[in-house]
Ligand binder design. Structure first.
Ligand SMILES: NC(=O)c1ccc[n+]([C@@H]2O[C@H](COP(=O)([O-])OP(=O)(O)OC[C@H]3O[C@@H](n4cnc5c(N)ncnc54)[C@H](OP(=O)(O)O)[C@@H]3O)[C@@H](O)[C@H]2O)c1
Length: 188
């Protein structure tokens, strides 16, 4: 399956100064880890840089999308895919095919999300119930078009971190499929 995982605030803000706009939210990081671990993660070259010392993400096959850099520029990544040689559609479908036992997760940022959403089977969205200063903003409603909400889980914040809701969406035409076992995939 090709999945997208992202977190956005009430205005669609997802990034600020190549980091996240909000303070560290442990619950969201653990949700991200649970879903992506042992799977394939695909990210744009800017998001790779934003990971800093955490790149590559451990226990995951890390793929970077870049037409201007080589693998040496992303030490520890599994491979770089050049969207000027193969389209994003071809890249994602080839990865999905190459890893039948794993899930492919698109993990950002906006440039990749905007192009990749049309090829995704599922969307894992963390709604951050607050507004933060952002320089990278997505149109969340347009992403959700053609997806059906399957599950949501609310997590209350405190004076330091915002309330959040984990939402899971499946592409409309797949939501009726009998053989899709969400219990295996959703860590709650
Ligand atoms: N809230 C979240 O869930 C979340 C998740 C991830 C990232 N972010 C944030 O998002 C921001 C980064 O987003 P971004 O849009 O600036 O960068 P990005 O998507 O991470 O990376 C953009 C770069 O990746 C390559 N690329 C990605 N998609 C491409 C496409 N469809 N066609 C051609 N090239 C493509 C290009 O690299 P080359 O120029 O090397 O060819 C492009 O310059 C950061 O602030 C980060 O913290 C937020």
């Amino acid at each position: 399956m090709i999945n997208m995982i992202l977190a956005a605030d009430e205005q669609g803000g997802i990034g600020f100064k190549n980091g996240l706009p909000w303070p560290k939210i442990k619950e969201d990081l653990s949700w991200f880890k649970q879903l992506t671990e042992d799977n394939v993660v695909v990210m744009g070259s800017t998001t790779w840089k934003s990971l800093g010392v955490h790149a590559p993400l451990k226990h995951r096959h890390n793929y970077v999308i870049s037409s201007t850099h080589s693998k040496d520029d992303f030490p520890g990544c599994f491979a770089v895919r050049n969207p000027k040689i193969d389209s994003i559609e071809v890249i994602l479908k080839a990865l999905d095919f190459a890893y039948p036992e794993k899930d492919v997760f698109i993990i950002g940022g906006k440039t990749l999300y905007d192009e990749a959403i049309q090829y995704c089977d599922a969307l894992f969205l963390t709604c951050i119930h607050d507004q933060y200063q952002s320089d990278t903003i997505i149109d969340v409603d347009s992403y959700k078009k053609n997806f059906v909400l399957l599950n949501q889980m609310y997590s209350q914040g405190n004076q330091h971190i915002p309330d959040i809701t984990f939402e899971t969406y499946l592409r409309e035409e797949q939501s009726g499929q009998q053989d899709f076992d969400w219990d295996d995939d959703i860590p709650f």
